[in-house]
Design a protein around this ligand. Structure first.
Ligand SMILES: [Zn+2]
Length: 308
């Protein structure tokens, strides 16, 4: 039975999560570990995550049907390599991640962008079938698009990179060279600058708690964030018109309080706009269920799809 298992790795800037998925898409084991940075750090992290997952399952890496990896960087899927993974300390030099894991496991390995992997995982977990936009709001901000059952990568691999949509020309400078991008207004780092939390806690979660407790400044900041994310949701709906738009990533861990703020902004804008009334965006935006390892699941399923 175990020879049909798929492994998926979701490599994040601070932690890496690995999941084993059975042929029906059910998660049968997960492990979590800290991510090491740099090219060697990435290879060591991925190999160790895979070995620990196999130890948890009592199988050898060679018993797996396929291995998928989601990484936050520019991926060359044919080569199985990643570059410009800024949060992993990887620059323009390509890291041969797929080759390394294939040597470790003997199984086919598929490397993909982490947001694309999470979009595939979210579609599987939520049962939305073949149509979904996944908006990841975390260290970076980007969307993954599953359209008519297929992941839309784009001709240059840039489909869904709406984090660099300039929303406020007078806003703060973004690393991309523009000002007021969606990412500099809504990312976890951006939030952390405006809502400072001690001891490395999540600013999004702290903000949601403070807003829930009636803190006026927290409420204002949350409404501001909700408004920017409502714009992102509108852009996605107008561009690709998926049934649902799913919010995920570290900032979305703020949970229902954040979702309510996004929905309130969408409802407010629709009051003046028959087009938006018809789109009914407030009911189409949902949260990824808390603690769902969508990135790891999607990496595993994506590997099967490409290998199978
Ligand atoms: Zn930008």
């Amino acid at each position: 039975v175990t020879d049909r298992l798929l492994a998926g790795l979701d490599v994040g800037g601070t932690k890496t999560l690995a999941a084993a998925v059975d042929p029906g898409g059910v998660v049968v084991a997960t492990i979590r570990m800290a991510t090491r940075h740099g090219a060697d750090g990435l290879l060591v992290t991925a190999e160790e995550a895979l070995r620990r997952l196999c130890a948890e399952l009592g199988v050898e890496p060679g018993d797996l049907e396929a291995v998928g990896v989601g990484v936050p960087g520019v991926v060359d899927q044919a080569a199985g390599s990643v570059r410009f993974a800024v949060n992993l300390g990887i620059d323009g030099q390509a890291v041969a991640l797929g080759e390394h894991l294939a040597a470790v496991s003997g199984a086919p390995v598929v490397v993909d962008n982490d947001v694309n992997a999470a979009a595939v995982g979210a579609a599987a977990v939520l049962g939305t079938g073949d149509d979904l936009a996944y908006l990841s709001v975390g260290t970076g901000v980007a969307a993954g698009l599953v359209l008519d059952g297929r992941l839309r990568r784009g001709r240059r691999g840039i489909a869904g990179e709406i984090g660099h949509l300039p929303l406020d020309p007078a806003g703060p400078p973004c690393g991309c060279g523009q000002r007021g991008c969606l990412e500099v207004l809504t990312s976890g780092a951006a939030l952390g600058r405006r809502w400072v939390v001690p001891d490395g806690g999540s600013p999004a979660v702290a903000l949601a708690i403070a807003a829930g407790a009636g803190d006026t400044e927290a409420r204002r900041l949350l409404d501001d964030l909700g408004g920017h994310l409502a714009t992102a949701v509108t852009v996605l709906a107008l561009a690709v018109d998926t049934d649902v738009i799913v919010l995920g990533g570290g900032v979305a861990e703020a949970g229902p309080v954040l979702l309510d703020a996004v929905r309130a902004a969408l409802v407010r804008r629709a009051e003046r706009t028959p087009l938006l009334v018809q789109l009914d965006l407030a009911s189409r935006v949902i949260l990824l269920p808390d603690g769902t390892p969508a990135g790891a699941i999607g990496a595993a399923l994506g590997a099967r799809n490409l290998v199978g």
